[in-house]
Design a protein around this ligand. Structure first.
Ligand code: ARG
Length: 268
């Protein structure tokens, strides 16, 4: 009996080995005419400065969440690629794309001519504008009025740029912060008297982090800014997929659903 068992076991192993072989063979040598097997899909790394609620932030579980995140997840699903989000400080975010450490960036990034020189952008997925935050009692009604104030901005953002134009790039009245929430905290603390940053983030911050006491001032001289998803310059293949995904989520209502869940029904 023992011997018979041993033989049977040996036979089983042999059969498994053969099955294993033939499986491998068929994987590495597809039948003539069959389409080539797709290369093992690499999970694409998405860089985002996750201190920008409601566009991107980290929840208490450490997960990166937000409007931008949901848009990119939906785009990736439509376009057939996998993504993983990695918190990436704004300072150095563009460099991480250039170095190949990130495959794409979603970070409420305004498409600008200057940035277009060094990276490629998808079609725009969101419209924004700069917005000024000041104390309720500040005699400020337009952008010009902050000329005499200490102004906080996030370093290297479009807010930094417009304030630099008004006050002079090297003005000591401009306080540059690593993140927009840090600039707004400084406004609360009284270290700066105004902050200029993207409208969505300013409005969200004031509503959720302060007990009133601050107001926003808009100014029509601020241009409309378009957010885009960035890829490394020349990565036309990924860019095409992203644009195709964006079109698909607009067409089937996914985009509108995500938009509504963050901002209420779409205005345009
Ligand atoms: N839209 C602005 C810009 O492109 C600010 C973006 C900052 N984004 C962020 N996740 N911190 O300059």
């Amino acid at each position: 009996i023992n011997r018979r068992l041993a033989l049977t076991a040996a036979g089983l192993f042999a059969a498994l080995a053969i099955a294993g072989c033939s499986k491998q063979e068929s994987a590495s040598a597809p039948a003539a005419g069959a389409p080539p097997a797709p290369a093992a899909a690499r999970v694409l790394v998405v860089g985002t400065d996750a201190a920008y609620t409601p566009f991107e932030s980290q929840n208490d579980k450490g997960e990166i969440v937000g409007f931008d995140i949901e848009v990119v997840k939906a785009v990736a699903q439509k376009a057939g690629f996998e993504v993983k989000f990695v918190n990436t400080p704004w300072e150095g975010i563009f460099n991480s794309l250039d170095q190949g450490d990130r495959d794409l960036l979603v970070s409420a990034i305004t498409i600008t001519d200057e940035r277009r020189q060094t990276m490629d952008f998808s079609q725009s997925y969101f419209d924004a504008r700069q917005l000024i935050a000041v104390r309720n009692d500040a005699p400020i009604t337009r952008f010009e009025d902050i000329k005499t104030l200490k102004v906080g901005v996030q370093n290297g953002t479009t807010g930094d740029e417009v304030v630099g134009k008004l006050l002079g790039k090297s003005s000591t009245a401009i306080k540059r912060f690593e993140s927009t929430p840090l600039a707004l905290k400084e406004l609360e603390a009284g270290g700066v008297q105004a902050v200029v940053a993207d409208n969505g983030v300013v409005v969200h911050y004031l509503a959720n982090n302060t007990a009133g006491g601050f107001k926003t001032v808009s100014d029509t001289s601020f241009p409309v800014e378009k957010y885009g998803i960035a890829v490394k310059k020349g990565n036309a293949e990924l860019l095409a997929k992203i644009n195709q995904g964006l079109e698909a989520i607009r067409a089937d209502g996914t985009y509108a659903k995500i938009y509504a869940s963050y901002f209420g029904s779409e205005s345009k």
